[in-house]
Ligand binder design. Structure first.
Ligand code: ATR
Length: 275
C-alpha cells in the first residue's frame, strides 16, 4: 500500500481525503490518503518523515504552499513561476513540487464551459494567491487579453508584470470593471466575496456581462453563487469552483499514479460531503 495525504493548518475541513480515496478505489490503486495537521514549525520534520516513510504523494494547502518549497529537491517551472506548491511527487526519495491549481482551473473551464480559450478576452477579479495560478495557466492558452482588476491596484499591477511575457496581461482599476465586463468573453471572480456565509455579497454585477459570455467563480460553497445565478438568468454560460478543486486533485492523482483520473467519481465524492 502506498501512502498519500494532505497537509494544512487547519486541515480538518479538507475534502481531499474523501475525493482521493474514492479515486484510488475507482481506479484500483492500492493507496490510502489521509489528512495531517502540520504546523509551520514542523514543516521540515514533516518532509523528513515523507522521505523516511516513502510517502508517495502529498497535497499542500494553506498556509504551507510557499514555505514548503525550500524543503523540496526540485520545483517544476510552473510552480516556480506561481511561487507556490500544492502537490509533491516522491520519486524514490526525490521530491518534486508542482502547482496544479491553475492548470486544474483551466482544465475544468475547458471541460465545463468554454473549450476554446484562444483569442478570448478574459477579465480576472482579484490578485491573491488563487488568481496567480489562474493567470499563469490562462496566459499559456493564447488569450486575446487578460485584464486583472483588484481592489488594491498595486497587487494587480504586480501580478500583470509577472506574466506579461506570456500573453497580453494588463492591470486595470476597479472603476473600470463594469466597462471591461461588457467587452469580456470570460469573467472570473477569484475573490472570496460571495462565499458562505456572506452569500449575498457581490463583487460583480452579472448585468454587466455581454450576451453569451462565460461567468466563472472559484467559490464552490455555495455551488452557485449569486453572481453565477444572475449570470445564468441572463443566458450566460456559468462555471463554478467545484471543478477547479476536482481537477487540481485529478492532476495530482495523474502525477502520482500515471493513470487517468476518474473525474466523475471524484466530483461525486465531493458533492456527497456537501449534502
Ligand atoms: P486567495 O488565495 O483565496 O486568492 P488572498 O491571497 O488573500 O486569497 O486574496 C484575496 C483576494 O480577494 C484579493 O485580490 C483581495 O483584494 P485585495 O488585494 O485588495 O485585498 C480580494 N478581496 C477580498 N475581500 C475583498 C472585498 N471585500 N472586496 C474586494 N476584494 C476583496
Amino acid at each position: 500500500t502506498s501512502l498519500y495525504g494532505v497537509i494544512g493548518d487547519p486541515v480538518r475541513h479538507s475534502k481531499s481525503p474523501v475525493m482521493l480515496n474514492r479515486a484510488f478505489r475507482e481506479a484500483g490503486v492500492n493507496g490510502v490518503y489521509v489528512a495531517w495537521h502540520i504546523r509551520q514549525e514542523s514543516l521540515g520534520d514533516f518532509v523528513a518523515g515523507v522521505r523516511a516513510m516513502g510517502i508517495r504523494g502529498v497535497n499542500v494547502t494553506i498556509p504551507h504552499k510557499l514555505n514548503i518549497m525550500r524543503h523540496l529537491d526540485r520545483i517544476d517551472d510552473g510552480a516556480l513561476a506561481i511561487g507556490a506548491v500544492n502537490t509533491i511527487v516522491n520519486e524514490e526519495g526525490a521530491l518534486t513540487g508542482y502547482n496544479t491549481d491553475g492548470i486544474g482551473y483551466v482544465r475544468s473551464l475547458k471541460e465545463e464551459a468554454e473549450p476554446e480559450l484562444e483569442g478570448k478576452r478574459i477579465v480576472v477579479l482579484g490578485a491573491g494567491g488563487a488568481a496567480r495560478g489562474i493567470v499563469y495557466a490562462l496566459s499559456g492558452e493564447g488569450p486575446d487579453s487578460l485584464v486583472i482588476v483588484n481592489r488594491t491596484a498595486e497587487k494587480a499591477e504586480e501580478l500583470a508584470d509577472l506574466f506579461r511575457s506570456r500573453a497580453d496581461v494588463r492591470a486595470a482599476g476597479i472603476d473600470r470593471l463594469r466597462e471591461l465586463c461588457g467587452e469580456a468573453d470570460i469573467v472570473i471572480n477569484t475573490t472570496s466575496i460571495g462565499m458562505y456565509p456572506n452569500v449575498e455579497e457581490v463583487p460583480l454585477d452579472a448585468g454587466w456581462l455581454k450576451e453569451g459570455a462565460v461567468a466563472s467563480d472559484l467559490i464552490y460553497n455555495p455551488l452557485k453563487t449569486r453572481f453565477l445565478r444572475e449570470a445564468e438568468e441572463r443566458g450566460c454560460r456559468i462555471h463554478g469552483g467545484l471543478g477547479m478543486f476536482v481537477y487540481q486533485g485529478a492532476y495530482a492523482f495523474e502525477y502520482w499514479t500515471g493513470l487517468p483520473a476518474p473525474i466523475e467519481a471524484m466530483r461525486e465524492a465531493v458533492l456527497q460531503t456537501m449534502e
